[in-house]
Design a binder for this molecule. Structure first.
Ligand code: SAH
Length: 468
């Protein structure tokens, strides 16, 4: 962060402007609208400043600036066209320990003034740290268009009702939920449009009819394979509504960063053979949190119902009578297929698609190998890396050709994704030399060979890293 953003209360406080031209007049207008008592040093005044002085709104000192003690002023602005005078003002302000802004001279500023969207009491301040003022103004007009004119009135109405809402919902969680539901409801539009008395009546109704939330709830959300843009809109909403986020090892930090800042986050990650928290304890944790009245987001890598034990967790919640819902996620097979350009089905090469786990509840899996070895089928193994030699042996023994194209995809959809391709027979050796550290998906089938044809024209898409 190059600058620390803050909002300054200037009501009734003395600020000093040095300079009396047009730039000074603009700064005066801004400072005066924030309620500051503005003092101004300049031999002559711009007409707007003169008007303000004549109305006794501006204290004018008609003189050339000479070095002085500035500690009486909360803020200082230098807006003359004389670089020497501006530098003197900056030095005096620094000496007095007062924030100073020198117009158009960032290196002498200890604070800069952002572009502002004003819907007081709602304010949006935009800064590019002086890097691109035109860009800041562009953003401002976009945000201007986005924020309804009645937003300020809505915020004022909320302020007037704050104490009453607090009395109705003494618990913080319940209160927050009331506000969130209100701001998400269609009522908001009307509250912003109607005049004050009508808005008061509408609000009173809304508060009187709001339910007292009795219990918490759990949303089981698929976080997708890693790229935060692959989260569903529903998943994002549930994640942002949650008071607590309970997440696994495979949930990327970029997705987790989308949770509300004040939400509690609990890691219950399971690395194979290194259980951070046994499944029963996770189940019990979800029940306990929900019983405390919290909205819990149970966030799982990929899709919660694909090798994710989502079903087991819901069974416990159902037994405990806790309300829940599920938001699906992009499962690793789909994410990896898209990012590595391997179409999972193809009219010529693959008419069926199977997801298999390489790791069962007690270790080894016993799928129907002859079915998995069928031709014109894509087989995707999850959690298959440690049993890869056996998986390959069984497929070959049951008749799948050794030269069937195959791929190993590590950290699919993430910036550090690695794709290793070869033949089925070569897979164990390829895996050994690759020395994988992240999650790996195994794909077997003729479709893997299509990747080479599809790869050349792909567009690099890694911009999401900046989103998170
Ligand atoms: N519920 C998850 C799967 C959990 S099982 C889903 O729907 O995707 C864990 C396995 O998923 C890993 O061993 C690996 O095989 C696979 N996996 C998950 N994320 C992956 C990723 N980003 N890249 C490659 N494989 C991944």
């Amino acid at each position: 962060m190059d600058y620390f953003p803050a909002f300054h209360d200037l009501r009734g406080r003395a600020v000093l402007i040095v300079g009396g031209g047009e730039v000074a007049a603009r700064k005066y207008a801004l400072l005066a609208s924030a309620g500051a008592r503005v003092f101004l040093v300049a031999p002559a005044l711009h007409p707007e400043l003169e008007t303000a002085r004549n109305k006794a709104e501006l204290m004018h000192m008609p003189e050339h600036y000479a070095s002085r003690d500035l500690s009486a002023y909360t803020l200082v602005v230098a807006a003359t066209d004389d670089a020497t005078v501006n530098a003197q003002v900056a030095a005096d302000a620094e000496r007095a320990g007062r924030p100073v802004n020198v117009v158009d001279t960032p290196e002498l500023c200890s604070f800069i003034v952002p572009a502002i969207v004003d819907r007081s009491p709602v304010q949006v301040a935009i800064s590019t740290g002086g890097a691109a003022p035109v860009l800041a103004r562009r953003l401002r007009s976009q945000i201007e268009a986005l924020l309804p004119a009645g937003l300020g009135r809505l915020a004022e109405l909320s302020a007037r009702w704050r104490e009453r809402v607090k009395r109705r919902f003494p618990a913080l969680t319940a209160r927050r939920r009331f506000w969130e539901r209100l701001f998400d409801s269609p009522l908001v539009e009307r509250l912003m449009q109607v005049e004050e008395r009508a808005a008061e009546a509408l609000f009173a109704d809304a508060l009187a009819s709001a339910e007292l939330p009795s219990r918490g709830e759990v949303s089981l959300v698929g976080a997708g394979p890693g790229d935060p843009e692959l989260l569903t809109l529903k998943g994002l909403r549930l994640l942002q509504e949650a008071d607590v986020v309970v997440y696994d090892r495979l949930v990327s930090k970029e997705v987790l960063a989308l949770a509300r800042r004040d939400a509690e986050t609990l890691y219950v990650g399971k690395a194979k053979a290194d259980h951070a928290l046994p499944q029963e304890d996770i189940n019990a944790l979800l029940v306990r949190l929900a019983r405390e009245g919290k909205r819990v987001c149970r966030l799982k890598g990929g899709d919660p119902f694909v090798f994710g034990r989502g079903g087991e967790e819901l069974e416990t919640l159902a037994e405990a009578g806790i309300a829940y819902q599920v938001a699906p996620g992009i499962t690793a097979a789909l994410g990896c297929a898209a990012s590595s350009l391997i179409p999972l089905t193809h009219r010529e090469h693959a008419q069926s698609l199977v997801y298999v786990t390489g790791h069962g509840k007690d270790g080894e899996v016993h799928p129907d190998w002859s079915l998995l070895a069928s031709p014109r089928q894509t087989v995707v193994f999850y959690m298959g890396l440690s049993s890869l030699p056996r998986l390959v042996r069984e497929l070959l023994a049951h008749g799948r050709a050794g030269d069937t194209p195959a791929a190993l995809i590590e950290n699919g959809t993430l910036p550090n994704e690695r794709v290793v391709t070869g033949t089925l027979a070569e897979l164990p050796q390829l895996a050994l030399s690759a020395q994988f550290g992240g999650p790996v998906l195994i794909m077997v089938g003729e479709v893997v060979a299509l990747r080479e044809r599809l790869a050349p024209h792909r567009v690099a898409d890694r911009d999401w890293r900046r989103v998170a």
